[in-house]
Ligand binder design. Sequence first.
Ligand code: HEC
Length: 130
Amino acid sequence: MMLRYALAALGLAILGAGITLHQPATAGTESPKIQATAHLYDTYCAQCHGVQRNGKGVNTIGLSVQPRDHSDTVAMSSLPREQMIKAITDGGASVNKSALMPSWSGVLTKDQIEDMADYLIYVCKCDQKK
Ligand code: HEC
């Protein structure tokens, strides 16, 4: 019981820190599609992948496999768009990754998942890496 409260308090503390440090991922200059997808990311992905998109979400305490750091340009560049789409649609296990990465096919539409892949490529600045 105590542990539960302690964990909840810790979660809130981290969430608080996250909000304070949160630099909006959308500065208002992005396309409407990027902004809409950023909102979806904040709703569904940030709990694990973090408000900073760095894999350090509030829900990662105790996860045996840590979520992917979506801001890591080098690591994300090696992830083909098709694999992102597969992982988001059918979950981590479908691409031989951790099943802790959920399947989103029941939550997001096919178009939203495609937009999410484009958004991730935007977030990691992978398209700017030459
Ligand atoms: C419950 C926690 C959790 C949530 C919520 C979550 N993820 Fe993940 N995600 C993970 C974990 C853990 C991994 C790392 C899997 C591994 O490396 O084995 C991961 C990995 C990924 C990967 C990399 C897959 C690969 O092939 O390396 C992508 C892309 C991804 N997540 C996208 C998303 C998107 C988009 C959302 C929101 C729609 C989301 N995730 C929500 C936990 C989560």
